[in-house]
Design a protein around this ligand. Sequence first.
Ligand code: FES
Ligand code: FES
Length: 155
Amino acid sequence: MKLTINNHSYTVDVDPAMPLLWVLRDVLHLTGTKFGCGMAQCGACTVHLNGEAVRSCVTPVKRAEGQKVITIEGIGQQHLHPLQQAWAAMDVPQCGYCQSGQIMSAAVLLRENPHPTDEDIDAAMSGNICRCGTYPRIRQAIHHAAQLQNKGGVQ
Ligand code: FES
Ligand code: FES
């Protein structure tokens, strides 16, 4: 099966029903995407499939065949993404476990809504759980990233 991940081509010999998350982590060793609940409940495994945020723990790899997958490793390959800049500026992560999923969800939000309100952020991020409770800093950082993006800092 041919996969395109972070603009690189990979050929993998796996069961088409295998969750994309397992292929990413166990086969391709792209371990930035995390395993949390395995049941589409926590958002830790969020990646982009053709620009949409999907839960890779419940996405069969077959769905990604020939499609464009972006993981946290693929965000900001050329320049730091405004979200990465904002995350660093606001010192967002605590344990960090949920954070790649948070950033992947936030990236879709900022692409679709460059001026999100607190309510927009809460709605867009509601599927990403943080056991450390970093939600206030996440919200602040998304606002900051929106400002950076609107100043032309986005790729
Ligand atoms: S591990 Fe996929 S949503 Fe929790
Ligand atoms: S920073 Fe620890 S789970 Fe979110």
